[in-house]
Design a protein around this ligand. Structure first.
Ligand SMILES: NC(=O)c1ccc[n+]([C@@H]2O[C@H](COP(=O)([O-])OP(=O)(O)OC[C@H]3O[C@@H](n4cnc5c(N)ncnc54)[C@H](O)[C@@H]3O)[C@@H](O)[C@H]2O)c1
Ligand SMILES: [Zn+2]
Ligand SMILES: [Zn+2]
Length: 366
């Protein structure tokens, strides 16, 4: 066991604090990772606000890169010194989804079995089974995905959650390809990644929608062809107009990705897609939110698919090395997602800046 500094959320809505935590030595199938970088994701803020569940205290942070420090028994493909991006989808290989050849939907993903604790022994709930706003963290070995050690940790660490969720929402869940039109509602780290993923796939037009003009400019830099400020323009009408202009007769975009996590923006996505189009919900709603009232005949009559995207339906072992490779080739600008590098004491301030829309990603350097 060793003691390290970490960022915890002790109770609902209270500011985060720095605490000393106990990290057990790795047991069978586990690894201790020395964290190098960890991005601040909106989901961390959801945890702090009690929007995910009530299992306080939380050990926050889950978008991380690091170096494997030690591994337990029964770990064969990971060794101390490996450079890894942490993932929250360590697939089991044994559930129905894994057995039917769709491990990206694994129903029984692995996390460390032992618990990290506060000094007084109180068990911590690590965000998404990771907990990486910490100098070291304990995870299941399968949560460590080895990637090119030459890559910049602060940039590739973001593949651990938001950027992968966004890119995957487009290319995996939404099946965006060349010839498809895409609209993305909400251009934070996740939405802009969906735009970058759509650009990688060759989609056009790629319409970015946000209520914040600063976010729209970033979206343009990552591949958006059209910008819609939905605080002043009706996004449904504007998306329809742009798509009709590009592909005569279109009634909306082929794929509309909702990256906010709110009923009203999901409803915009529903009505802004073309007939037989696809809605992808990648934003995370809170438990009290309801599907907005929509006539069932509209669901039937428009056809297509209403999907949600957990972690961009990614398979970390397949997708992380591929995206790091594209980054190293200059085809995916992961550096553009790193707005600022901050210290472990700056997480609360980073939440504040996220709230004001000042950053795509603040990345804690441990
Ligand atoms: N599905 C997943 O696996 C997954 C993974 C990571 C994050 N998320 C979720 O994705 C969402 C976005 O995360 P993020 O880190 O990009 O957050 P963020 O706060 O950086 O971005 C949210 C964006 O939505 C915009 N926005 C807010 N209200 C809007 C509205 N009414 N219309 C249009 N735009 C609006 C904001 O201006 C901001 O640019 C969150 O709900 C987060 O929890 C999901
Ligand atoms: Zn499984
Ligand atoms: Zn996240």
């Amino acid at each position: 066991m060793q003691q390290v500094r970490a960022v915890i959320a002790r109770s609902k809505g209270a500011p985060v604090e720095i605490a000393t935590i106990n990290v057990p030595d790795p047991g069978p199938g586990e690894a201790v990772v020395k964290v190098l970088t960890c991005g601040v994701c909106h989901t961390d803020l959801h945890y702090r606000e009690g929007g995910i569940n009530d299992d306080f205290p939380f050990l926050l942070g889950h978008e991380a890169s690091g170096i494997v420090e030690s591994v337990g028994t029964e770990v064969s493909d990971l060794a101390p010194g490996d450079f890894v991006v942490l993932n929250w989808r360590a697939v089991c290989g044994d559930c129905r989804a894994c057995r039917r050849g769709e491990p990206q939907y694994c129903f029984s993903t692995h996390n460390a079995k032992q618990k990290m604790t506060l000094e007084d022994g109180t068990e911590l709930s690590p965000a998404l089974g990771i907990g990486a706003f910490a100098e070291k963290t304990l995870v299941a070995a399968g949560q460590c995905t080895k990637v090119d050690p030459e890559a910049r940790p602060a940039a590739v660490g973001l593949l651990g959650c938001g950027v992968m969720a966004g890119i995957g929402a487009a290319i995996n869940t939404g099946a965006v390809t060349r010839g498809k039109s895409v609209a993305v509602i909400g251009c934070g780290g996740v939405g802009v990644a969906a735009i970058a993923g759509s650009a990688l796939a060759g989609a056009s037009p790629i319409i970015a929608v946000d209520i914040d003009a600063k976010k729209l400019e970033t979206a343009r830099a990552l591949g958006a062809t059209h910008l819609v400020d939905s605080s002043v323009t009706d996004p449904i009408e504007e998306i329809k107009r742009i798509c009709a202009e590009t592909y005569g007769g279109a009634e909306g975009a082929d794929v509309v990705i909702e990256a906010v996590g709110r009923p009203e923006t999901w409803k915009q996505a529903f009505y802004a897609r073309d007939l037989a189009g696809t809605v992808v919900l990648v934003g995370v709603p809170t438990p009290d939110m309801k599907i907005p009232e929509i006539p069932l005949i509209d669901v039937f009559g428009r056809g297509g698919a209403l999907k949600s995207s957990w972690y961009g339906d990614c398979l970390p072992s397949r997708d992380f090395p591929m995206l790091v490779d594209l980054y190293r080739q200059g085809r995916l600008d992961l550096d553009a997602f790193v707005t600022e590098e901050i210290g472990i004491r700056d997480v609360e301030a980073a939440f504040e800046r996220m709230h004001h829309g000042d950053v795509l990603r603040s990345v804690v350097i441990l």
